[in-house]
Ligand binder design. Structure first.
Ligand code: ATP
Ligand code: MG
Ligand code: MG
Length: 375
């Protein structure tokens, strides 16, 4: 059977590996962490840095196709693999755009799609002009931020300049704080033959800057959901994207949609597809990288996904008693096999299927209330 390669071995890589092996492929994971969650499902674990030459040669020599699950993977490593003749999806160029908020937001604008008003801040000088179009705002580091890290809310120009110095003058964007009605996301998949599918729109609630709950279908008017799917597909086309692309949106008070950011890989808000669509986002990733026909994406049941953070593990790291969750109707538990539970660390999630999104949400919240919480 053909070998598929994945750069990154976190939970996204683990769920990719499960999907790939279910479809009969073998899997090589490149991840420097010996305890990478995907390692348990990999045929080969290259426990090396993402730029390690020997490891990249092994991938080039042994893999029929390569993908990524880690958005901060070295884009040049991906370009090098592609230059060896291995199909690499998404491309290093697309990943490079998604890695840098300045490039990302500029690209989205150039594709004719809306973002929040933003200012590219490459040096302190960029904060010397009139900042009123961006205030009150959020200063975000251009690179390496996730789960709300690398962000500072700023009311004044003075505060923006102080925040930049706190970020050690890394390149940033200053983005206007938008009045959000809600947040939604779309996962779109595009094949090399330009076959495009999108999964149903998820409504996302965050807690402490981390995704907490995804509700599907999103409780927005049908027209809003359709526009979000069309915008996500337009972005994928503009990028000439191959693979799975997650697009996060803000829904403003007047139902206007703006693109917040994208991720060049499956996304936490798409974990509902493991149980509520025939094809999961991970199977779709396998299909796209292998040039196979995309799978069906219709929602089979309303669903709510709840993230399980290390916060519900005990003081000494012991796992919660899952009895209530495991005996609840139409509920499915997914755990990522991480040894260390830390506050804020994504350890697993559960999906609750029900007749309506509201019912699923109610059941999910009732289950969640039974779980312990520290921190
Ligand atoms: P992720 O973990 O999704 O990658 P991130 O750290 O890259 O997150 P963003 O998605 O940019 O950060 O922002 C995190 C959250 O902060 C958003 O989901 C939203 O709730 C809030 N937020 C970010 N930018 C704005 C804005 N311009 N106006 C209002 N809220 C915002
Ligand atoms: Mg992000
Ligand atoms: Mg985000």
């Amino acid at each position: 059977p053909a070998m598929l390669g994945i750069l990154g071995g976190g939970q996204l890589g683990r769920m990719f590996a499960v999907a790939a092996r279910t479809m009969g492929y073998r899997v090589t994971v490149l991840d420097p962490d010996p305890a990478a969650p995907a390692a348990a499902f990999a045929d080969v674990h290259l426990c090396r840095p993402y730029t390690d030459e020997a490891a990249l040669h092994t991938l080039a020599d042994s893999c029929a196709a390569v993908t990524t699950e880690f958005e901060n993977v070295n884009a040049d490593s991906m370009r090098w693999l592609a230059a060896q003749g291995v199909p690499v999806s998404p491309s290093g160029d697309c990943v490079a755009i998604a890695q840098d908020r300045i490039a990302e937001k500029t690209f989205v604008r150039q594709a004719g799609l809306a973002t929040a008003p933003f200012l590219a801040v490459r040096t302190a000088r960029d904060l010397e002009g009139d900042l009123s179009p961006y205030l009150p705002g959020i200063l975000k580091t251009a690179r390496l931020g996730y789960d709300g890290k690398g962000q500072a809310r700023v009311e004044t120009a003075e505060a923006a300049r102080y925040a930049l110095s706190e970020f050690k003058h890394q390149p940033c964007v200053l983005e206007k704080l938008m009045p959000l009605q809600t947040e939604i996301s779309v996962i779109v998949t595009r094949s090399a033959r330009n076959e495009v599918t999108s999964f149903p729109v998820a409504e996302n609630q965050h807690a402490g800057g981390i995704l907490d709950v995804s509700i599907v279908p999103a409780r927005v008017p049908a027209g809003v959901a359709e526009r979000a799917r069309a915008m996500a597909m337009q972005l994928a086309e503009a990028l000439d994207y191959v693979g799975v692309l997650a697009v996060e949106f803000f829904v403003l008070q007047d139902d206007t949609l703006v693109i917040n950011e994208m991720a060049p890989r499956p996304h936490n808000s798409g974990h509902y597809t493991l149980d509520a669509t025939l094809t999961s986002q991970f199977e779709q990733q396998v299909r796209a990288m292998c040039g196979l026909y995309p799978g069906r994406t219709e929602l089979l049941s309303p669903v709510v996904m709840v993230n399980l953070l290390g916060d519900v593990w005990g003081e000494t790291g012991e796992e919660p008693d899952w009895e209530i969750l495991l005996t609840a109707p139409n509920t499915k538990l997914h755990l990522y096999g991480k040894a260390q539970a830390r506050i804020g660390r994504k350890m697993g999630h559960f999906n609750v299927l029900a007749a309506s999104a509201e019912d699923a949400l109610e059941q999910a919240q009732a289950i969640r209330e039974t779980l312990p919480r520290r921190g």
